[in-house]
Design a protein around this ligand. Structure first.
Ligand code: FAD
Length: 299
């Protein structure tokens, strides 16, 4: 891992932020505090996740609608097609279109039991992310972002199959991919090389997850097929009951990773914020992003 000596201001860094829909008044407060803190950094867009199997359908819609009404941020809605017919998904799309959504993060989604369980597509539904992209484009000329897997999706038998599906998503109209989180930048770089060799030229934006709780991130990584390097485990060793120090370490680790990616020529980053602004804000600050005083949230 190299640490950049180049002033970050030389690079034209852009960030996007992902939030999840809150399920309690306290979580709602946390979310809006995070939005208020991160919005002045001028994200290219912010996105809101769609719970497994559409379980947050109403909450995602409410969060998206509020973001559109109360901020001037560009808002993207995550949408999955698991466990639903095409008609049901199209109805959700219609509701989002009416609310003013023009950008989707289009996904197949996981089995209702969660990440890592066997997936079965609905007989009358969109079968995967590529089919959903086609369905969205048939509805309207949306901007469409999709997923990409530097370490291969666990359901894919090999990289060729995985990248072939990404190619179909692009052929159907996707113009950006965000990666599953990863900690090994070499793996990301060799994945991007494979993708380019397959004739895919859309941005493959790294999805960055700040590791504030190492144990839960490591558990989730195992389900997603994300390699957790030993050096990362070593950094958090002994901090299981020391949240404050773990967050300081998390900030340093994430900043190193993003700065190394900047050195490799990456300028766009997507942050899985977990609705926690401080850590992501600190990382963005180290990337050279500064608040624009003109950006106001109309509360
Ligand atoms: P696809 O890209 O469509 O497929 C993934 C792989 O599975 C493919 O490589 C393909 O080979 C294989 N595959 C596809 N269809 C089938 C099939 N019918 N049978 C067997 N194999 C198949 N999940 C949520 O629930 N809500 C979210 O908001 C959300 N946001 C995400 C955002 C990003 C940036 C990323 C990277 C992931 C997100 N996820 C989300 C997780 C995602 O839903 C899971 O990774 C899911 O397992 C795959 O969805 P996909 O669109 O990437 O699938």
């Amino acid at each position: 891992m190299r640490i950049s000596q180049r002033p970050m201001s030389d690079a034209n860094i852009r960030a996007s932020f992902e939030f999840f829909p809150p399920s309690s008044p306290k979580m709602e407060e946390d979310l809006w505090r995070s939005v208020e803190k991160l919005a002045p950094l001028g994200p290219s867009f912010v996105s809101v996740t769609y719970g497994a199997g559409g379980s947050t359908r109403e909450r995602t819609h409410a969060t998206i609608s509020r973001l559109i009404k109360e901020t001037d941020l560009t808002v993207a809605a995550h949408l999955t097609c698991v466990g639903a017919t095409r008609e049901e998904v199209d109805e959700v799309v219609r509701e989002y279109h009416e609310a003013g959504v023009r950008h989707f993060v289009a996904l197949r989604g996981d089995a209702p039991e969660g990440t890592g369980y066997a997936f079965f597509a609905h007989g009358d539904g969109y079968q995967n992310g590529a089919e959903l992209v086609a369905g969205l484009k048939a509805f309207s000329d949306f901007e469409i972002t999709v997923s990409a897997y530097p370490e291969k999706h666990p359901d894919s038998p090999d990289f060729a199959t995985d990248i072939e599906l990404l190619k179909r998503k692009v052929d159907n109209g996707a113009t950006r991919a965000i990666t599953q989180f990863f900690f090994d930048n070499d793996l990301y770089e060799s994945y991007v090389e494979r993708v380019r060799k397959a004739g895919i030229y859309i941005p493959i934006v790294p999805g960055m997850v700040p590791v504030s709780n190492f144990k839960s991130v490591a558990n989730f990584a195992a389900k997603c097929g994300t390699h957790v390097p030993q050096w990362l485990a070593d950094r958090f060793e002994g901090l299981e009951n020391d949240t404050h120090t773990a967050e300081l370490v998390a900030s340093a680790v994430a900043a190193e990773q993003v700065m190394d990616l900047v050195e490799r020529g990456i300028e766009d980053f997507h942050f899985y914020t977990m609705n926690k602004a401080d850590l992501v804000y600190a990382i963005c600050h180290q990337l050279g992003l500064r608040p624009d005083d003109e950006t106001q949230i109309a509360a």
